[in-house]
Design a protein around this ligand. Structure first.
Ligand code: TYM
Length: 355
């Protein structure tokens, strides 16, 4: 009996602008993981359409996210980069998971409640079923590790619940076909067809907050563009947004504990530390006791230094449609071959004739 091969999967939606939260919480970590893991990174266009998207904008955003992956340093030859809709197995497995997941589980998803707002009756069915497609993305490759920001935690717990229910519902059949793989769940050794995927919610900035309100996460959907630094912002825009970032009237504390109860100060220090690839304690030891009027220009300079080269590379790559589309096509073919292996076995387990 073998155990699951370690494999990393993650996805980013092609909706609106990519921002510093996407970069520090996800994309930069995708790059770091590729040195010692087998990685699959996906532009999740089928997730994007759970809310209506202007078609030409969706195409543009899909190329832009792909360009951001490549500009940040993801190696699309060694690893797999593709857009979700090219690999029909995602939608097929999502349907199967719609029949495994329970209404009650999806009813608890906070992201649906936030996105649907008050008018739930008018939300798309796709928005409600969003997390089962996410589980399918991950489990079509039987991925073992998923790097994401903190806001995706609940969806990953649901992914584990779906895998576990599938493994239980079909345990006899899985054993009969010899398709079980051994894994550890806590102290217990169990057998299943789908792994119980580990979320990787770590790094210095799993939750980057809004520049206008340190208690809200930085988000593509915030109506104020001043709330976020977009990866494509130019140096002047970045400087302006940092200058206008909300702060309190106190200088920076001289101890880390002094950030408690000061969400805006804490966020700016966290962003500085993450961009500089140092600790928050080191930032406090450099800037403790100083005013924001001194700290903000240093932060703006650092952000420009780190982001401008990526933005320039992103613009260059995303303008070359033939190149980007070629990367997605080649990645899609490789991904489909992998996903089909899983689906062929899953169909057999369930009793769907067709292999
Ligand atoms: P999306 O497109 O909203 O965000 C992409 C990634 O960026 C992270 N992120 C943040 N991290 C830190 N601070 C923030 N303020 C911040 N905002 C966003 C997100 O956590 C995410 O890692 N449902 C997913 C896409 C998805 C997916 C998947 C992810 C679809 N299938 C399978 C992993 C595995 C989403 O909407 O991410």
């Amino acid at each position: 009996m073998t155990s699951f091969k370690e494999r990393v999967f993650s996805g980013v939606q092609p909706t609106g602008n990519l921002h510093l939260g996407n970069y520090l919480g996800a994309i930069r970590r995708f790059v770091a993981l590729q040195d010692d893991h087998d990685c699959i990174y996906c532009v999740v266009d089928l997730h994007a359409i759970t809310l209506w998207q202007e078609p030409a904008e969706l195409e543009k955003a899909t190329r832009e996210v792909t360009a951001a992956f490549l500009a940040a340093g993801i190696d699309a030859e060694k690893h797999i980069v593709f857009n979700q809709s090219r690999v029909a197995q995602h939608a097929e497995l999502a349907w199967i998971f719609n029949c495994v997941a329970r209404m009650g589980w999806l009813n608890r998803m906070t992201q649906f409640k936030e996105k649907a707002g008050k008018d739930r009756e008018n939300a798309s069915v796709g928005l409600f079923a969003y997390p089962t497609l996410m589980a399918a993305d991950i489990l079509a490759y039987r991925a073992t590790h998923v790097p994401v920001g903190d806001d995706q935690k609940q969806h990953l717990e649901l992914t584990r619940d779906i895998a576990q229910k599938f493994n239980n519902d079909f345990s006899e059949r899985i054993a009969e076909l010899g398709l079980g793989v051994e894994m550890m769940v806590g102290e217990e050794k169990v057998n299943g067809f789908f792994p119980l995927t580990e979320p990787l919610i770590e790094g210095p900035a799993p939750r980057v907050m809004s520049l206008r309100d340190g208690t809200k996460k930085m988000s593509k959907s915030d109506p104020s563009d001043l709330s976020r630094i977009n990866l494509t912002d130019d140096a002047d825009t970045i400087a302006k947004k940092v200058r206008k970032a909300k702060t309190d009237p106190q200088p920076l504390p001289s101890e880390l504990e002094g950030l408690e109860g000061r969400p805006e100060a804490e966020n700016l220090v966290t962003i500085f530390a993450a961009l500089a690839e140092t600790s928050r304690a080191a930032v406090i030891s450099d800037f403790g006791g100083r005013q924001f009027s001194e700290f903000k220009p240093a932060l703006a300079e650092l952000a420009v230094e780190k982001l401008a080269p990526i933005a320039a590379e992103m613009r260059r790559i995303s303008a070359d449609h033939a190149y980007v589309d070629g990367v997605l096509r080649a990645g899609g073919e490789r991904a489909a071959a992998e996903a089909e292996q899983t689906l062929a076995m899953a169909r057999k387990i369930i009793g769907l004739l067709g292999n």
